[in-house]
Design a protein around this ligand. Structure first.
Ligand code: LER
Ligand code: MN
Length: 270
């Protein structure tokens, strides 16, 4: 059975101890925090993880700037903070830190007569340079950067899982993997299962949300097909819920774990 985790911001509670306690009571395996928590709350996280049988599985973004940022200062901030977060994350035993190329930057195709200031190739080259510096640091400190492609409405640099894999291959380091997010994939991929299968050796983490960014089971993703493919290719890493929750999370999150476990068992992952 895959370890199932939930992003910390979705779990009720004022403190990590309260959030870990709820996740443990519901039977979740892990929690995904923000990268900023690694730098600011490492002690509280360690205490919570030692108190409850819930693993600190992963961290998602939370740094300033982006890896593809035309402001050199902002880009430098992102690179330095990511390096620091990977080092702390490695000490805490997390699977990795998730980062998209950028979030909320210009569209891939702007309407004429407007033009993007930089080509996609130039943006990807900048990304590869930043990632190369990061994996060199991670080779010394430990830690894995988990590169996440996002849909076209929020990032133009990497939209499909295959595009992210191309960048990962170019950087060529065991400290760099890909995060398929099922919500973004539903928008960008022609065939979710085929894309997951092709990317299989490079997958380091999975983000779970349905076609409408709601909890798994609330949209039209074929979860059985997704899980069957991940099982078939031998993926055994973490699956983390990242979405919007309608209603009370104290009711919705335990119910969703039941849904996910049922789907996992149906494809023979137990
Ligand atoms: C944003 O849409 C998203 O999916 C996050 O995981 C970004 O890292
Ligand atoms: Mn995501």
């Amino acid at each position: 059975m895959w370890p199932f985790a939930v992003q910390a911001s979705l779990v009720p509670g004022q403190t990590f101890l309260e959030k870990f306690k709820l996740l443990a009571a519901w039977g979740y395996d892990g929690i995904e925090i923000s990268g900023a928590d690694l730098l600011q709350h490492a002690d509280a996280l360690q205490k919570a993880a030692a108190t409850y049988p819930v693993r600190l599985t992963s961290a998602c973004a939370g740094f300033e700037g982006w890896l593809v940022d035309r402001n050199p200062r902002a880009r430098r901030l992102a690179i330095e903070q990511i390096k620091a977060m990977l080092a702390v994350g490695a000490d805490l035993g997390i699977a990795g830190l998730i980062s998209p190329a950028a979030y909320g930057i210009n569209a891939r195709e702007v309407l004429p007569p407007y033009r993007n200031a930089f080509t996609l190739d130039e943006d990807r080259q900048l990304l590869i340079e930043g990632l190369t510096e990061i994996v060199e640091s991670a080779a010394r400190t430990g830690g894995t950067l988990l590169l996440e492609p996002l849909n076209r409405y929020v990032d133009r640099v990497l939209n499909t899982v295959a595009e992210a894999v191309t960048v990962v291959k170019a950087v060529d380091s065991p400290h760099l993997k890909v995060v398929p997010d099922i919500f973004h994939m539903n928008i960008e991929e022609s065939n979710l299962s085929a894309s997951l299968r092709e990317a299989a050796p490079f997958i380091g983490h999975v983000h779970l949300s349905d076609s409408n960014r709601r909890l798994p089971g609330h949209g039209h993703v074929d979860w059985r097909a997704v899980f069957a493919t991940l099982h078939d290719v031998g993926y055994n890493g973490v699956m983390a819920i990242e979405c919007r929750i309608d209603g009370d999370p104290r009711e919705a999150l335990p119910r969703t774990l039941g849904f996910l476990r049922e789907k996992a068992e149906a494809v023979g992952s137990n």
